[in-house]
Design a protein around this ligand. Structure first.
Ligand code: FAD
Ligand code: N01
Length: 539
């Protein structure tokens, strides 16, 4: 017989978002239970154990701000922490706040069905049990559904295949092996230099070259950490406005002389990291300004990579710099100077099929023992549309979103009452330090639930007009930027058949937070708040 467990809120996912959501709900006196498909906490940092995996937001920023003790006690060892250290941090958070006891691990949520009469969700898992909750909080991740390309012959391959986003927790032997990496986004560019150091031969299959800025990673000086921690309150407050603390410029790239411009790009190149894109204040918005930055990076590629043909193949030309997520790497372009590394441009030489011993392109067969797929994710919507979610009148979320993920403030979608999404489509999400975004969303949702509890309201849904207006605002904001000029995962272009809709809010975190705050202050303007007939009868 099915056992039904009753909770105020169900939380999906035990990454940064799910853990903080569980903590925040419990702090406000809600009963809450979490589900996680993996056997431990960590989310992205549990799944992405590939060589070279690390953050590109500085460690001192890429961490929770909700506990002063936590931020003081944790010591980061590097400017950009590597995956094992971030995972250790997340485990420390889970232990410190005793969160694992509220999570079912190795449990995948399969469906969530809304019951209009009771104003509650019925959630079922792959363990066959049933959970009953007033609220569903989807912390299921923006980059949690890995994508394997549909390559013919893949199942005939005799060697090992692995995706960066599902890297097993066991050693993957690549030393002295013939390795192929397919994909040159942020994950591929981190893995390639590390694999190249040990592989017998590394063949990189590139579809689109990317702009890669050197990380200039290194040990985090004790002194810097100490000073930063002493000023944490100040930095966190600033991060809540801008997302990530970069050195923001006050002038445009074309407002200065060429010599000044180059000097600034050189300074930022030496500084390392995403700061480069903020060299001038119009890189994301003005094509001519952007071209000056792109030309600078292309010149760097040509100066680093010794073989001119390979250098040209590595130069991105089909999208503005930063319009696909800018990559931050270590020794990426230098790696192509190694004698054991070859670059295949699959636009010139498409992959025809995978054979038992290698990869066949239109020109030749490349013998391979291990294939690393760094081919990205069904981002932002993938984790949600894979769950059987049915809202009012039995409407399925995947049907509602079949032309794009309509939503209000990125927090809810009309017709799916009491279901909140964390850092999903319609929010700034991956355009800012995602932990700042996660804390904002969780705090907003938690305060909303307190408001509903105080007012004895048990149902919150979105006004369809408010949703239409928000979607229009998200689109208008995106159209003012160069983000829409690239075939990126931001607009679903990497998944064949996915609707092409720019999914992130580009209006800036400060403005976004102000809008969310105003909505809450105005008794949740744009939302429909109501009581079920059951509750009304009881009163
Ligand atoms: P996730 O960490 O993705 O966690 C979601 C969890 O939900 C997963 O563990 C998944 O197993 C679980 N789940 C999903 N569906 C179900 C289901 N149906 N049932 C049960 N469980 C389910 N962001 C930055 O701001 N800075 C960075 O430097 C940065 N680096 C990154 C590096 C990599 C390699 C990747 C892939 C992403 C990076 N990101 C970075 C983005 C990253 O997604 C966020 O920073 C953050 O880790 C997201 O946390 P989350 O809890 O929202 O989602
Ligand atoms: O995925 P991607 P990712 N045949 O989608 C190629 C975060 N992250 O895992 O560009 C051949 O960016 C695809 O080619 P194209 C960060 O937000 C952060 O690298 O579509 N190739 C591309 O080269 C990032 O943006 C860090 O033409 C195929 C690559 O695979 C996000 O996660 C580190 C293909 C996929 O690139 C995703 O990054 C890692 C096919 N059929 C990740 N399909 C940090 O450093 C796809 N490709 C913080």
């Amino acid at each position: 017989m099915r056992v039904t467990h009753k909770y105020d809120a169900i939380v999906l996912g035990a990454g940064f978002a799910g853990l903080y959501a569980i903590h925040a709900m419990r702090q406000r006196g809600f009963s809450v239970h979490g589900f996680e498909a993996a056997d431990d906490v960590g989310g992205v940092w549990y799944w992405n154990r590939y060589p070279g995996a690390r953050c590109d937001v500085e460690s001192l920023q890429y961490s929770f701000s909700f506990s002063k003790e936590l931020e003081q006690e944790w010591e980061w060892s590097e400017r950009f922490a590597a995956q094992p250290e971030i995972l250790a941090y997340i485990k420390h958070v889970a232990d410190r706040f005793d969160l694992c006891r509220y999570i079912s691990f190795e449990t995948r949520v399969e469906s969530a069905i809304w019951d209009e009469d009771r104003a509650r969700w019925t959630v079922t898992t792959d363990r066959g049990d049933e959970w009953d909750a007033a609220f569903c909080i989807m912390a299921s991740g923006s980059l949690s559904v890995s994508r394997l390309p549909d390559l013919s012959g893949l199942t005939t391959f005799k060697g090992e295949t692995v995706h960066t986003g599902m890297w097993p927790d066991r050693p993957i032997a690549y030393a002295n092996k013939k390795v192929a990496v397919i994909g040159t986004g942020s994950s591929g560019i981190q893995a390639i230099p590390v694999i190249a150091e040990q592989a017998k031969q590394l063949t990189v299959f590139q579809r689109t070259p990317n702009f890669v800025i050197p990380a200039r990673n290194g040990p985090l000086a004790q002194e810097k950490q100490k000073t930063w921690k002493a000023q944490y309150e100040h930095w966190r407050a600033r991060a809540r406005e801008v997302g990530t603390l970069y050195e923001f410029a006050s002038q445009g790239a074309l407002d200065v002389t060429e010599a000044e411009r180059i000097a600034e790009y050189e300074r930022r190149w030496a500084m390392g990291g995403v700061n480069f894109v903020h060299s001038f204040n119009n890189i994301y918005t003005d094509a001519a300004a952007n071209k000056t930055a792109a030309d600078f990076v292309r010149a760097k590629i040509r100066s680093i990579v010794k073989d001119p043909t390979t250098a040209e193949k590595l130069c991105p030309t089909d999208h503005p710099l930063g319009s696909k997520r800018i990559c931050v790497g270590s020794n990426y372009f230098e790696t192509y100077n190694r004698s054991n590394v070859a670059l295949i441009d699959i636009r010139e030489e498409p992959i025809v099929e995978i054979q038992p011993d290698g990869i066949k392109t239109s020109r030749q067969v490349y013998p391979v023992d291990l294939i690393v797929f760094a081919t990205g994710y069904d981002a932002l919507t993938g984790a949600l549309t894979r769950i059987n979610i049915h809202g009012r009148n039995g409407v399925a979320l995947r049907d509602k979103w079949n032309k794009g993920p309509k939503n209000y403030l990125g927090l809810m979608t009309a017709g799916f009452p009491n279901m909140f999404v964390i850092t999903g489509p319609g929010s700034p999400s991956a355009l800012v330090n995602m932990i700042v975004g996660i804390e904002h969303h969780v705090d907003w949702i938690a305060e909303c639930l307190v408001y509903l509890r105080d007012k004895e309201i048990d149902r919150i849904d979105v006004e369809p007009e408010a949703e239409d207006q928000w979607v229009a605002h998200v689109n208008e904001s995106a159209d003012k930027t160069l983000f829409v000029k690239a075939n990126s995962w931001y607009l679903g272009a990497n998944v064949p058949g996915k609707p092409r809709v720019f999914m992130l809010y580009t209006g800036g975190l400060k403005k976004y937070r102000e809008i969310c705050d105003d909505v809450a202050k105005a008794q949740y303007r744009g939302f429909q708040l109501s009581q079920t007939t059951q509750r009304k009868r009881a009163l």
